[in-house]
Design a protein around this ligand. Structure first.
Ligand SMILES: [Zn+2]
Length: 360
């Protein structure tokens, strides 16, 4: 049986339930038998939670144990609100104020959520497999620690599906570009069959990183060289590094998609708003917010340019558009996911390291 896309209702076929208790001898054992074992209520949550039973270790555990949120004293609604507010650029302090909680509590929720977002993304990409056709890479910068240092965010975006593939934080050097490319290759175990179009800006770091990591990939590489004089754009030149000009279609000979995406990110992540006080004080927090935003953007929110016209003309009281998330277009999910789907998904932290045969 092969699973083509993740469906929350079919989740247990792709990711079977396992025992998430680290001190149990059946921890992560996929041959273990797990069954539902009634519900229970918690003090802060009006909604009851599912209890499960681990037959191997003969103990019960909560459904929230699948995302390190067990024992974090919050309601589901609060976890979801924290995730949503983190995706709208609110700082931990502001979220703590809205939810009337301690800042450290919010921090611990964000940490747990971001870990889950990361393992979910990595597991889905590497187990179902990414099909990349045209990618654009770019970097945006922000300040770090009292505005004394610059921090760069390197991003890869698939331009057809608008899928945010991966990111890397660091200095604007080849070191960060190498890490970005290494992660990218890791995420596409079966993605080498397709011819890949790559577009970046003129940063030399990409060229070395791409040629050293894409040895098994058939690709064409185009650099967009922009010349600015007194901060005004003067000329835009295209430089083919590998392949031929005919490999690229008209819509792929630019870095516009990723530049538009950068704008979305600046809007949504307060750490990237340079002329404010919201710059990053700790790189770790930045990383966490980025993972939360990656899930939100790829799997939860529908993308305006991806919608499909159903009727052709506007008829009253009829659904006009079908909405897609980048993850749906990429073929990784079948529906728009909710934060609850993420929290309850039985995906261990290093699921992407399992070979597919043991998981399916
Ligand atoms: Zn167990």
């Amino acid at each position: 049986m092969t699973i083509k896309a993740y469906d929350p209702s079919l989740i247990h076929r792709l990711f079977p339930r396992y025992c998430p208790c680290q001190n149990c001898s059946y921890y992560l054992d996929l041959d273990n038998y797990i069954t539902l074992d009634g519900t229970y209520s918690v003090k802060n949550d009006s909604r009851k939670r599912q209890r499960l039973y681990c037959h191997g270790g003969e103990h019960r555990f909560s459904e929230t144990a699948y995302s390190n949120l067990f024992g974090h004293h919050g309601s589901f609604q609060e976890y979801v609100q924290t995730a949503k507010m983190s995706g709208y650029g609110l700082s931990t302090e502001q979220i703590a104020d809205v939810l009337e909680r301690d800042e450290r509590t919010i921090c611990s929720w964000q940490k747990a959520l971001s870990y889950k977002c990361k393992s979910f993304h990595l597991a889905l990409c590497s187990l179902i497999g990414l099909t990349l056709i045209s990618i654009q890479m770019d970097e945006i910068w922000s300040y770090l620690k009292k505005k004394k240092r610059q921090l760069w965010l390197f991003i890869t975006l698939e331009s057809k599906t608008k899928f945010w593939v991966n990111f890397e934080l660091g200095s604007r050097t080849s070191h960060t570009a190498h890490r970005l490319l290494k992660n990218l290759v890791y995420l596409m175990p079966w993605g080498f069959e397709h011819f890949l179009l790559v577009t970046t800006d003129k940063l030399a770091a990409y060229e070395k990183a791409i040629s050293s990591h894409f040895q098994k990939v058939r690709y064409a590489y185009l650099q967009i060289v922009k010349q600015r004089r007194k901060k005004r754009l003067v000329t835009v030149k295209q430089r083919i590094v590998k392949g031929q000009e005919s490999d690229f279609g008209n819509k792929t000979k630019n870095t516009s998609y990723i530049e538009r995406f950068n704008l979305t990110l600046r809007q949504k992540i307060s750490y990237l708003q340079r002329k404010t006080l919201g710059y990053c004080k700790h790189q770790k927090n930045f990383q966490q917010i980025l993972w939360i935003n990656l899930f939100d953007y790829n799997y939860r929110q529908s993308h305006k340019s991806l919608r499909q016209d159903l009727t052709g003309e506007s008829e009253k009281f009829k659904r006009r558009y079908q909405h897609f998330t980048p993850g749906m277009k990429m073929g990784l999910t079948t529906t728009q996911l909710e934060w609850r789907d993420l929290i309850l998904a039985p995906i261990p932290e290093n699921a992407h390291k399992f070979s597919t045969s043991t998981v399916l």
